[in-house]
Structures are given as structure tokens and as C-alpha cells.
Design a protein around this ligand. Structure first.
Ligand SMILES: [Zn+2]
Length: 305
């Protein structure tokens, strides 16, 4: 996807109720048929409003690219000042429409925004239903796994970086002694990276079994298309069933059976070797003769590197 063209960013000044944010104004961005209402107090940030809006636009387009369209029709993005460096925090909500709050330092630079992953992560949350708390790992796992892939595909993150980070961070999702499966082990590592590991294994298996005809995004797009957004409360089983129907194989439910209530060991070094990925610092080298090299390319489109 092309980098955001600021001229296409539709901006319209709107006053929002003073009781909510006295000095903030809201502007609108259209992403296909979706409309984002972006609010911030421009006087609090050094960067021009157009730069902040271009960042939101870029993140939104990456997420729309992955899902096929922006995953909710309307969303509110609140940019709030924070003392912490760059873009430091985000949280998304679905109980009163899709909304996310993202914390940005008033002195943040354009390169801080370009390096940011948080807003993309939050927007990925918009595309999956809210499931019961014990399955929180799937919400965080999808956001953690999809965010860098969406950015690679949008051309805003180097493929070497996404695979380097995946090789470095994915082991945090592996079960440790005493773990009782993802539904019962609510540590940070198993929530974010255990969930991401579920997504990676599902993605690889879907691509293997369909000869790269389909991938995890086909499952996630179908779930989203059926009304699975952050605004909807669903049982997890419903989402997994729709995802499995879309790919024609039962891998999401199969993996859920294995990973939800018992620790499932995974030989990650063997998987990286099969995919033909070797981490080299902040980048990676790729082996195109590896048995699953085509699967790796179709996940991250690394031919573009
Ligand atoms: Zn999250």
C-alpha cells in the first residue's frame, strides 16, 4: 500500500463537547468507507496537526490492508499528551463504539511516530470481537502478531525487522513449568506472545495445508466480516468456527484444543529453520531453499526487501 498522501486526508474541524476535552478538537479521516474521528489538543504538541493525522492515516491504512478494509465503520482516536518518550501507551475500548486512546509525548518527533507500533496494535483490536476474560490472550495475540505484518505489507516496516523481532520475542509465549494452558495462565508472556504463537502456528498451518492459497488473514477477515468487532461480545468458539470455515481447515479449533488448557511445547528453532529465517541483530537473513520458504514469503511479503 502507498504511504499516506496527506492531500487525501479529509480534515474537517468539529467542536467536541467542552466537558470531554476543553481544548481538544476532532478531525475526521476517511479510510475507504470508514470514518475515524481523531481528537487531540493541537496546542499541546510540537508536531503540526497534519503530521499527527498522517500518522493515524498511515496506521489505519496498514490495518485496512490486512483486513481488506478498515475493520470498523467508525472509530474514535484520542491522542493524549504524556511525559513518557515518543508514543508510549495505548488502550482500545468497544463498549461505546470503537475507541482508542494513545499517549504521545508533546515533543515527539516524526521519526517517533514512524517507529511506533502501538496505534497499529490498538487498531487491530478493533477487528476482533471481545471475548470472555479467560481468552484475553487471543485478543492480545492477534494484535501482537498482525501489527508488524500489516506494517510490513504497507511498506512501513522492513521484513527483516519483523522476523528478527518474532525470533527474539516469540519464546516468551512458550509454556514454562507450572503453566496450565493459555486459558489458565494469565502472565504477560503467555497473554501477548502465547497468543501470537497461536496465530503464527495457525498462519503457517493454513498456508501449508492450502498450498499458500489462504492464510490467517482469511480467517480474521471472515470473523470481522461476520460482525466480529471490538464492539461485539462473542464466545470465542464462534470466532474460531467462522475462521475455520473460511480457510476450510479446522486449525484454529485444533490448536485451541491443544493450547487452551494444557501447555503445548513448540520447537521454535526448528520452525525458524523450516521457514528459512535466521536472526541477525535487528534484521534477518532468509533461506529461500528452506522447506517453508514460500510460507514465510506469503506471511511477510519479504520479496519486497
Ligand atoms: Zn493490545
Amino acid at each position: 500500500m502507498d504511504s499516506p498522501d496527506r492531500r487525501t486526508v479529509l480534515r474537517r474541524l468539529l467542536a467536541i463537547p467542552a466537558v470531554l476535552a476543553p481544548a481538544a478538537r476532532a478531525e475526521r479521516i476517511e479510510i475507504g468507507a470508514a470514518e475515524l474521528e481523531v481528537s487531540f489538543d493541537a496546542a499541546r504538541f510540537n508536531l503540526p496537526a497534519a503530521t499527527l493525522l498522517a500518522w493515524v492515516d498511515q496506521c489505519a491504512k496498514a490495518v485496512a490492508g490486512y483486513f481488506g478494509h478498515y475493520p470498523v465503520e467508525r472509530a474514535r482516536i484520542r491522542i493524549v499528551p504524556s511525559d513518557r518518550h515518543g508514543v508510549s501507551n495505548g488502550k482500545s475500548f468497544g463498549n461505546r463504539g470503537a475507541m482508542c486512546r494513545v499517549a504521545v509525548n508533546p515533543h515527539a518527533s516524526e521519526s517517533d511516530l514512524n517507529a511506533d507500533w502501538i496505534l497499529t496494535h490498538e487498531m487491530v483490536h478493533f477487528g476482533f470481537p471481545s471475548v470472555p476474560e479467560r481468552h484475553h490472550w487471543i485478543e492480545e495475540g492477534i494484535a501482537t502478531y498482525v501489527e508488524p505484518i500489516a506494517r510490513v505489507r504497507a511498506g512501513t516496516l522492513a521484513p527483516g525487522k519483523v522476523w528478527s523481532d518474532m525470533v527474539r520475542d516469540m519464546p516468551q509465549g512458550l509454556p514454562e513449568p507450572g503453566d496450565r494452558g493459555l486459558d489458565n495462565t494469565h502472565t504477560w508472556g503467555r497473554t501477548y506472545w502465547g497468543g501470537a504463537l497461536f496465530c503464527l502456528l495457525a498462519d503457517v498451518e493454513i498456508r501449508k495445508r492450502t498450498g499458500n492459497g489462504k492464510g490467517l488473514e482469511d480467517a480474521l477477515r471472515a470473523i470481522n466480516h461476520a460482525g466480529g468487532t471490538i464492539e461485539a461480545d462473542w464466545p470465542l468458539e464462534r470466532a474460531l468456527q467462522i475462521g475455520d470455515q473460511a480457510t476450510g481447515i479446522g486449525i484454529m479449533r485444533e490448536l485451541y484444543q491443544k493450547m487452551a488448557t494444557a501447555p503445548m511445547p513448540v520447537d521454535l528453532p526448528a520452525l525458524w529453520k523450516q521457514l528459512g529465517v535466521e536472526r541477525r541483530g535487528d534484521s534477518a537473513v532468509f533461506d529461500d531453499k528452506a522447506p517453508l520458504a514460500a510460507v514465510r514469503r506469503s506471511i511477510g511479503w519479504d520479496r519486497r526487501s
